[in-house]
Design a protein around this ligand. Structure first.
Ligand SMILES: [Zn+2]
Length: 254
């Protein structure tokens, strides 16, 4: 059995991007570690004044971890940078402005404690250009370089070609060729992918994990999708692994 460490930017990214793979890994007996880099403090603020946004999000993340079968959840508590162009980007403490080598050393420490076999992060532009997601890519590389035993590195991404096939301008949704937060199109062309993971078995747990982030507007929008369409849209998760390809539909962690 392997130890898999998933590096995510905000609470709820684990659900939308790799939730199915995390739950499947748990079911297959692997150890699943989730490192949440930011406090999610730029997320949707709800009415309850007794809890800060980051407290709410930590609570929701724990509930999600429970659903996905996460063995260890680590909060790095960096300050959420917000979307590209927000005033919060200018804060020197924002995650996007920290030194990726320094955070990479912290993550490498966890990789060493866990003697991790695999580190999962994001592609070079963070799938859709969110500055904190781009930082996750940099931290992923810095951590893998600094780990005592270099883990396999997988980059979670979206399949731009599959997204295009599923996109109907009449129905709305995301046009993968339109510029994302940083001006780049969404995800990665299929020709650059290594793994297509079928998470049909766990896709409803992925949905439940997303529902744990009930304070968040983005989550609510996705949860408005009827179950059967959610299952169709979210039953595949895609990963880049350097040196591997063309893409195969298989379980990457045997
Ligand atoms: Zn995020």
């Amino acid at each position: 059995m392997a130890t898999l460490v998933f590096l995510h930017a905000h609470p709820d990214d684990e659900a939308t991007s790799t939730g199915g793979t995390m739950a499947l890994a748990h079911d297959l007996g692997h150890r699943v570690v989730w490192i949440c880099c930011t406090d999610g403090s730029q997320g949707t603020r709800t009415g309850d004044a007794d809890e800060s946004v980051s407290q709410v999000r930590r609570r929701e993340a724990r509930a999600s971890a429970e659903i996905l079968g996460v063995d260890r959840l680590v909060f790095l508590e960096h300050q959420d940078s917000g979307m590209h162009g927000w005033a919060s980007n200018n804060d020197p403490e924002a995650f996007m402005n920290v030194d990726p080598q320094v955070v990479g050393a912290d993550v490498a420490g966890i990789l060493d404690e866990e003697d991790a076999d695999v580190l999962v992060g994001y592609d070079w532009h963070g799938n859709y250009g969110h500055p904190d997601h781009i930082m996750v890519h940099k931290v992923m590389n810095a951590a893998a370089d600094q780990a005592a035993r270099r883990p396999r590195v997988l980059q979670a991404t979206m399949n731009r070609d599959a997204m295009r096939d599923g996109y109907d301008p009449e129905l709305g949704g995301i046009d993968p060729d339109a510029p994302g937060d940083d001006g780049n199109p969404f995800g990665t062309p299929e020709s650059e992918l290594a793994w297509k993971v079928n998470v049909n078995e766990t896709v409803m747990r992925k949905r439940a994990a997303l529902a744990a982030h009930e304070s968040q507007e983005d989550a609510k929008q996705l949860l408005a999708i009827p179950d059967e369409f959610f299952a169709l849209g979210f039953r595949h998760e895609y990963f880049i692994e350097e040196g591997r390809g063309p893409m195969v539909e298989a379980w990457p962690f045997d």
